[in-house]
Ligand binder design. Sequence first.
Ligand SMILES: [Zn+2]
Length: 425
Amino acid sequence: MQRGAGTARLTDQTTAVSSDVRRHNLSIVASFLAANGPHSRSQLAAATGLTRGSVTALVGALMDARLVTESTETLEPPNDTAPAKGRPNTLLELSGDHLAILALQLDAESVTALLTTVSGVPLLRIVENHGRPMGDPERVLEVLAAVLVRALTESELIHRAIADLTVVVFAPVAGDPPMVRGDSDLDWLAVDVIGALRARIPDLDTVAATIRLVSDGGLAALAEFEQLDDVTDLLYLKSNSGIGGASIIAGELMLGWQGMAGAFGHLALYPQGSVCACGQRGCLVTLAGPDVVLAAAGLNDVQSSEGLSVALAEFVTRVRRGEPRASAAWANAVNWISLALHILVNATDPEVIVLGGFWAELRDEIAAQFALGGPTVFSESQFRHPPVLAGVLGADAALLGAIRSARDRLLADPLAPGHSQATID
Ligand SMILES: [Zn+2]
């Protein structure tokens, strides 16, 4: 009995190990083609260290799943006089023409859907304003569901199944199932966004193989991180509606125990300050958040009539022009932002700081104030202040990060359920 049980366990373990190895090798082949473009089987074997026989088998499995196809290109220019020699130089390329990646973003003003190929090439973009009804999740979720239905319908029309669906929110996400844990932009407490979408779209789980709810800061940080060469440690701070961010340490996004790391807007900097929605006093967002600087700059009316992003664009224009009220509001905010950066630099020792949202457009003022030094005990020593850079991806950073993460998941396990599902006919 014991021997039998032991043998069975050993067989299970062997099977598990060999299936892990196969998954890993499938990932190596798919990732190589994604990163390096079309290659022949021989080139793949040489570049990956896999045997030619393994490559042939792995490519066969990926072709069966329609994730790899034979390219119309060949390795060498065809020679008209040479006889046909079979297909030794046939190039293979990442395909997945039957699949799409979908990312939905819910911000303080609108819902955006971005549908792309598995390589991240955009296929469709939908933007719809939700009107920012404060404290009324149902009205916002109606718009989110409507945009999702439109994106799913369009994807079906072009015969692409959704391999991966990510819903990006500008709020902390935690729990199991993951839920929004309070959104100060929309005056929400806990909201089960995915549950609400499932309730409105009964077949959602059959049309999207996986559905994720993710906070924007980490995705945006990862997307900006990919734009930088040879950087391993990055501090990302952004402001679009509130203030958020993320820390990447040794190439890994710091998530925290509950997945809520990066709530930099709630660094309590001023004990005598006003009470924040989080319950603390004097949080960074209450001292330098968009609503605060817009009010101080006299742009509340613009925000009410034309929305937050228009008001922030006008604020940036006025600061650059040197308009006194906007400049004074910004100078005050920059002091607090710089203080927050010094605290975060002492806590995480980043190689670079990247600013996102409208702060990217006003990087110079933040960098100048930061360079003046702060309350760091190391400022007089050999401690090197990291450079402060402007993010390059603009308002799309989190959406692009969501698409990129989905592509990486697909390449890490190419034959996972959903990645090789049948085409929608
Ligand atoms: Zn707070």
